[in-house]
Structure formats: structure tokens, C-alpha cells
Design a protein around this ligand. Sequence first.
Ligand code: 6PG
Length: 496
Amino acid sequence: ALSQVGMLGVGSMGAMMTLLMAERGYEIFFYDPSEKNMDQLEQQYKDIHLESQVHRVGSYEEVCKNLGEPKVFMFSTPHGGPADKCVESLTPYLKKDDVIVDCGNEHWENTERRQRDLDPQGIHYVGCGVSGGYQSARAGPSMSPGGSPEALEMVMPFLRTLAAKDSKGRPCTSPVGPAGSGHYVKMVHNGIEQGMMSVVAEVWLLLTKGLGLGYEEVGDIFKSWNESGPLRDCFLIAIGVDIERAKGKDGEHVVSQVRDKVVQDVDEEEGTGTWTCGEAVARHVPCATILSAHLFRCASADLRRRTKNKESAGTGIDAQPLAVESKKDFVEMLHMTTYFCFLACFAQGLDLIRQKDKDSDWNLDYLKVLQLWRGGCIIKAEHIADVLEKLYSRKDHDKEDILGNPEVGHELAKHFPAIKKVVLKAIEADLFVPSISQTLEYYKYETSTGLPTQFMEAQLDYFGQHMFDKKDDPDHGPEKGKHHYEWKRATGSSDK
Ligand code: 6PG
């Protein structure tokens, strides 16, 4: 059984995973080109007396020389260049059957490229998403490994000892599938995460600015949502309680002092959120909430532009309190709206994974995907996982489309009136609801026939001979229609 691991990259995530592995009985040899990272980790393992388990070494070569065969490495490096550098530096010392488990937020295409490059030498590369931030990395994260079946078989027992456990004690890791599927699923996890975070932020605005509730009151509301009901045991609701309650030395709520600017890491012009949105567009999956949340974040990051635009607009948007009859009823509507939007984020993310799964013949097991998200990760949401588990446990479930399944379809239909009311009221008061309103529209168009795209199709046929279907024609799926009309000649109106 595996007893030694070479750890490459010990920034905040890598350092915490090193301590976790050491505590679970593995002997670790670690290296990071950053002395600062190595110094910090050295202090940390000395503080908790793990010196006999954790060894700092001075080079990639030294890590390799210390490990028994086959060698197992874990990466926790920034994606792209730094991870490539790591592979390059290790390659001269690698042999057949050695395994690299890349725990960074790597792009799945980079993972697949490295798998192809290393495969001829019999070296395995597992792309393993790790979720839950540095606290989970320390206590046990959610881990989504993808790669060759042999490699997964080798590393699964090891990963199971590290991963978070769900409420029933089951590890929140399973072999996701071949190739880059582990990193793909983690990328989409982060897209779902972004959608959910924006929804909570917007709901927070409606509760505070909209209803005039204080931070403590909102903290209590989040606490009660987290305790029971459809948002029970949601990581993002649970941390909302702490965020609402935290006070600095000055006695002020810390969140009240935070600027409204969400940037990507400075050395990272791209990331999992951007990639998920690109994938959604490229694969024609309408991940409206996820995309809207991402654009909201991008806009927020450019404070200078917003400030300048506000000045040129003269007045700017002045959000008002919400005009509602009963605050208590509205809070409950916000509760259901949050659930509606969270569920929609999962539906969008899972539809995207499903599309990629089909395009790449991965044959994923969605019950296993759900299990990854049962604990340790940012999108943990117990009730939603239960709803989806019921869906995926049904033999005859419609694999193509989450909304088309009664488990999700009925849940969303039930809360449609609540989200509609919330959006109407928020818009009336000029409060920001980009992701919530997009979720409402997504739900409307994804569950309707008779869309105004009928007119769009006519426009396209007018100037581009796009061809259209008539309402009585059989539907041939995404194929182009069979009819064209010479619109201009017909009316002559556009000559004027
Ligand atoms: C997680 C998180 C983590 C992620 C950042 C998001 O699952 O623990 O998704 O992996 O990288 O928290 O940060 P950026 O969007 O700024 O990359």
C-alpha cells in the first residue's frame, strides 16, 4: 500500500494537504520553488510535531530520489505554466507506473495534453479537482479524480483516506471518469459555485438594503435556512452566518467595510469561472445563472470603469427599500427564491457536464458525481443532493435534461411565483438582481414553447436565407428548417 507521497507546490492549499496526509499516516517529501512557501509549511508541521512524517527537500530530483516505487506525486500548483514546469522537472526521474495526481484547478485540456505526453512512458496523470478551500484541505476536501482506470484504481484507496466524509460517513471522492473528466467536473463545480455565490449576495442585498434588516438579523435568517428546509446544510448559507456576524476590533461588522470588487487572482487572467462560461457557450448549454454571475463579477472587478460610468450617467442607480406588505412573507419568498436559483445552478452545471460527457463518450455515473459534492466542497447542499440523487437513482430518468425530470421540474414550478415576485419587487426598487432575474428568465424559456425567437428566425431568414420550420412541420431537432420566404418582395415596406 502507498505510504509515501511527493508533494509539489505548498501554497495555502498544498500546505494544508501536506499536513492532512501526514496526519493520515503518509510520509511526505515536499518541494516548492518558493522558499517562502516552504518556510511557512516547515513552521506549521513543526508546530504540530509532524517532523518525523514531513520532509523538506531542495529539488524535484530529491523528491523523486526519496520515494519508493512506484512513485506517487501530488501537485498543488497554479494551473498552466507552473504545472507544466513541474511535470518537465520531474520527467527525467519518472518511470513506468509512477502517478501524478494534479490537485490544482487545472484546465481539463492541459490535463489531457499531459496524459497524452506521459502515456507512452507508462506514467499516469490524474486530474483531480479539490474543493473546499484551505480549511477543507486541512480537514478533508472533496476530491474529483479523473484519468485512466489503472491510475484511478491505484490512487482511490489513498484519496478515500483524505477526502471529506458526508453525513453518512461516505467519502466525498469517487473515480469520476477517463481523461480530463475530474478536472472538468471540478471546473463546473466552480461555475455552479459562482452562480450560487452571486445569488446569495443578491439575496443579502434584498434582506439588508431592501428590507432594512441588520446584519445580525440576516445572520439569524441564514442560520435558520441552514438548519432546516430546502437550504439545509448548504456550505454557502452556513458561511453567510459567520460573515454576517463577524466584527472587527473597532466593533464594526467586517462585511460592511469590504469593497464591492471581486477580482480574479492577480497572476491569473483566466480561471475556472471563465472556462465554465466558455464551455457553456461552446457546447450550447444555456447556463444563464452561471454566466450572469460571472459577468456581474467581471463588472464588479473594474471599479474605475463603474465610477466613471456613474459620473457620466449623472444620476446613477439609487437602490430603494422594497415596498412589501409583510417582511416575514417576503423573507420566506427569498428563502424559496434562493433554493430555486441554487437548484437551477445545479441543473445548468449538470446539463453542461452531461453535454461534454456525451461529446467525449465519458459515460459518467452521476450518482458518483453527486457524491463528490456531498461534503467538503463549496457547493455542498444536502437537500438539493437528495433531490438529484432521487432523480439519478431512477432507471428511466431523462439523462438529457435535468429540468425535464419531475424531481426538479416540480420543485421549480412550485417556487416560480416566489422568484417572480422577488424579481418584480427588486426591479421596482432598483436593487441588483442579475443572477436571480436571469434564473427566472432561464426557467421561463427553458420550460416554454412559443418563444419570440419565432421573430428572430424570420429576421435571419429575411437577410440570410436562414430557412425556417413552420409550426406544423415535424421537429427535426437542431437541424435547419426547410422554408425560405422572400420577405422584402412580399411587402416592399423596407424599400422606403
Ligand atoms: C473550491 C473553490 C476554489 C476556487 C476559488 C475560486 O472549490 O474550493 O472553487 O477551488 O479556486 O475559491 O476562486 P477564483 O474564482 O478567484 O479562481
